[in-house]
Ligand binder design. Structure first.
Ligand code: NAD
Ligand code: DAU
Length: 361
């Protein structure tokens, strides 16, 4: 069996669902259930003996030690993290606590467990650390895409905390021989994405008739990857990645934010036209920019493609259509994540919806 951390979050949840659908191997899913953790994502696994959910903090050494000894996983896949850049700007402490200290404690627990394994089990064991392209900093419009040898230049409290965790993982391999692999992926989108992030926020705000808040000039560029393709990349790296290596994961889909928002609006216009016949794009509102906002990310995923033969299955066009359709088909999931805590965050970040707006589109 494998042990997954953060498996009630967006990517971890998709990973656990796909893993259990595709393999007979069980999963111990360890998640603290922060505001971003959502067991509703996993309801289809109710009664599935292959899924063991444990609510716990990756930094809780006693619990993690016990789980490792009890379940004896052959691999640990670490998704657990604080993941939202805007929240890291409002309050960086949780990011240091989970992403840095939590990863450190998890590594120590895993090192302790791994060092007690038999020689063949020790050799076969893997610790896969899920990281981000944000550790490489920001690109100009003419810079080549990030490769695995780019210097780390994190610019937000979030990316700095992820960079720190990547360095810890690297050091645990180099110093103690822990068999690690790290993946650095670009922006994911797809089902079960918490609506604090750009794409799901735009979908839920559009449907609710609220402003669609675009930061600054909306010309910041991200590379977008459908979440299931990220999951397939992680499975492949877990299976065949070289020890101590890092692999960039990306979709070759660089797009400015405003184009993403306009695409979401156009799909909603087609799939759920407004009664008054106007476009959802009329709700686009330019708001104050994110402090220290990275201008452009781009991923060069050729190492993963050439070494391990991975390729994304979705284009942006197919993936974004599936995503918008998923949100239309799952209003209960969406309604249930928009709890009091969610409304509190939206009020803090966007001032109740329109405050901070500079000009309408
Ligand atoms: P998410 O915020 O949706 O989910 C994070 C999950 O981790 C939640 O279920 C949360 O409850 C859990 N968690 C948080 N702190 C924990 C702790 N101390 N102990 C145990 N569980 C804890 O995040 P996501 O978007 O699914 O991202 C997953 C991982 O992938 C993160 O490491 C993130 O840095 C990385 N990543 C995300 C993206 C993206 O576009 N979302 C891209 C590249 C890499
Ligand atoms: O690049 C990978 C990273 O992608 C992951 O490591 C992070 O965990 C994940 O959250 C994501 O970070 P971003 O900051 O790129 O994602 P977010 O969805 O918050 O924002 C995407 C872009 O859209 C970014 O340029 C900011 C902008 N934006 C975001 C929000 C929430 C807006 O213009 N308006 C918004 O309301």
């Amino acid at each position: 069996m494998i042990l997954v951390t953060g498996g009630a979050g967006f990517i971890g949840g998709n990973f656990v669902l796909d893993w259990l659908a595709q393999s007979g191997e069980s999963v111990v899913n360890v998640d603290k259930l922060t505001y971003a953790g959502n067991l509703e994502t996993l309801t289809s696994l109710d009664g599935n003996p292959g899924h063991i959910f444990v609510q716990a903090d990756i930094g809780d050494r006693a619990v993690i030690d016990r789980l490792l000894v009890t379940h004896r996983p052959r691999a640990v896949v670490n998704f657990a993290a604080e993941s939202h850049v805007d929240r890291s700007i409002h309050g960086p402490e949780d990011f240091i606590q989970t992403n840095v200290l939590g990863t450190f404690r998890l590594l120590e627990a895993v090192r302790h467990y791994w060092s007690g394994l038999s020689a063949p089990d020790k050799e076969a064991f893997r610790f896969l650390h899920v990281s981000t392209d944000e550790v490489y900093g920001s690109l100009s419009s003419t810079d080549p895409a990030f490769t695995e040898t780019n210097r780390y230049e994190p610019n937000s409290p979030y990316s700095a905390s992820k960079a720190a965790s990547d360095h810890l993982v690297r050091a645990w391999h180099h110093t103690y021989g822990l068999p690690v692999v790290t993946t650095n992926c670009s922006n994911n989108y797809g089902p079960y994405h918490f609506p604090e992030k750009l794409i799901p926020l735009m979908i839920v705000n559009a449907l609710a008739g609220k402003p669609l808040p675009v930061y600054g000039d909306g010309m910041q560029i991200r590379d977008w990857l459908y979440v299931k393709d990220h999951c397939s990349a992680i499975r492949r790296v877990l299976e065949a990645g070289r020890l101590g290596e890092t692999y960039n994961v990306g979709g070759w889909n660089e797009k400015p934010n405003i184009e993403i928002v306009r695409t979401v609006c156009a799909l909603l216009d087609e799939l759920r036209p407004k009664a008054d016949g106007t476009s959802y794009a009329t709700q686009i509102t330019y708001v104050t920019d994110r402090p220290g906002h990275d201008r452009r990310y781009a991923i060069d995923a050729r190492k993963l493609e050439a070494e391990l033969g991975w390729k994304p299955a979705e284009t942006f066009e197919t993936g974004i259509r599936k995503t918008v359709q998923w949100y239309l088909d799952n209003p209960n999931w969406v309604a249930n994540v928009q709890s009091g805590a969610y409304r509190e965050w939206v009020g803090k970040q966007y001032g109740g919806g329109t405050q901070g707006a500079e000009r309408a589109a």
